[in-house]
Design a protein around this ligand. Sequence first.
Ligand code: ADE
Ligand code: ZN
Length: 326
Amino acid sequence: MTSLVELHLHLEGAAPPAFIRGLAQEKGVSLEGVFNEDGTYRFETFEQFLRTYEAATTVLTGPEEFRRLTAAVLEQSAAQGVIYTEAFLSPNFCGGGDLGAWREYLAAIEEAAEAARRDSGIIMRGVVTCIRHEGPEAAKPDAICAAETMGDFITGFGMGGAETVGHQGDYAYAFDLAREAGLRLTTHAGEWGGAASVWEAVRDLKVERIGHGVQCVEDPALVDHLAEHGIVLEVCPGSNVALGVVPSWDAHPIERLRQAGVKVTVSTDDPPFFHTSLTREYDMLAETFGWDDAVMRDVNLTATEAAFCDAATKEILRQKLEPKHV
Ligand code: ADE
Ligand code: ZN
């Protein structure tokens, strides 16, 4: 099995539907409108996706649920050949931004991550995310949670949610706080907000990676800027196709961006929502753009370089990406 490195995975978004349904049954709650009849997550538009996502998280009521979720997600990823995953963790879903509660959730998540590492070798790091549509004030306690728990496991800070709300720069206080604490930074930009949103992310939040970023293709000067400054894109092609950011795999700009010298990486975002896995993403890239093993290895090495982890961990990953291990 080919070894893969993933930089953009929302922990709750990776929850298998059966896992969420099982928890709902245990708790005797009905999740109205969350599932299709065939058991998959129900949504059509991005707004509906966010609503379904948030409704599903309501059964994740405490640290124990997050311990079980982390175990399920890492087992799923390891089975796909993922050797390293950076998961977005949001204090909003883990204690509502309260630092004491966050520490308890985090301890449970870390415990599950350590157990998964022992079982399958998969390495996980956490990137604390604020949620854009919750507004700039709500982002501050998220940044404090991140700064107070930064260490071997929590290594980054970022932002997800509805990119159509406000501006990247509205969240500069939270990002400045996180940067000053020593956290590495990424934000969702150029998924829905166009090239302007990517410029704002780079200039106003000074991030070193961009979640998605694919709409940068609208602006050749921006593409040049990203290439020149080595700003890494966490591209999630299957997510983009499923949510209608791009009309089809053929129309996806990932190969054009790679050819233009932009550092692209490949991730799944919320795999069960988009009926994907990291293996499927690479299979589709091979089929659509002719990516061979050499391109795939190169992209995974780019992801390793851009990972928010220490040098010793990167060395372990590089060794696993050596052709003899493939
Ligand atoms: N949260 C989970 N998935 C997301 C996406 N694709 N865009 C923004 N926020 C998200
Ligand atoms: Zn995302």
